[in-house]
Design a protein around this ligand. Sequence first.
Ligand code: NAI
Length: 233
Amino acid sequence: MSRHVIVTGASRGIGAAIAQSFIDGGDTVVSFSRSGTAPEGCATTLAVDVAESETVTAAVKTAIEAHGPVDVLVVNAGITNDGLAMRMSDEQWRSVLSVNLDGAFYCARAALSSMIRNRKGSIIFIGSISPFYGVPGQANYAAAKAGLVGLARSLAREVASRGITVNVVAPGFIDTDMTSDVAGLEAMTSLIPMGRTGQVEDIAGVVQFLASNHSRYLTGQVVAVDGGLAMGL
Ligand code: NAI
């Protein structure tokens, strides 16, 4: 049966691959992206800045009116704005927190009431291994992604009895525009036990699992998809 799936940040990279995998599976996909672009085959594409609370609430309402209760929410939209902490501006800090953490909360809050009424649903946050590893220059990003874990686990406890699961996928280094200019990526790759960076499909596959019935007894978890880079952290 076709599920109603919302994917944020679906215009490119990991989000586009996740949206495509649900489209390929016959699901009804609603994409949120700043640009309003998304993979062909999305049922609805909305121009949404996830950092804007009212815009997110309105967009989720539009999606529900068009396609019914949300079955799966994938919170993927994210940005980096790196710099050493002692030189980081308020704006650098705030912008990363706004998109990566505030945006995740706005999306989850807006989708939850329809999931609760429907007594089922999956929320999947795309986090990062950054908070577990510690990455110089990413204090803002690592803090935001660490915040997602607390958000996910608290939500998981709030809604577990309603048949809703909430989990975090924590990618390692995945080949996308976001990592195309990361300094020292080659040196970092040599630390990855699997000896390579990941592909967007590596993340989409795990998201599919977390959105499926195969993971129905799995909630409040952080699943690192990183070729083993952060294992044990
Ligand atoms: P990307 O930069 O290629 O794509 C990010 C997407 O988020 C784009 O579609 C962009 O338009 C959207 N976006 C950004 N700000 C937005 C906003 N305010 N409102 C709506 N959409 C917005 O990045 P990539 O690599 O595909 O990353 C996707 C997610 O995976 C992000 O949350 C990122 O933090 C996370 N991640 C990526 C890793 C990697 O190695 N590429 C590693 C760990 C986590």
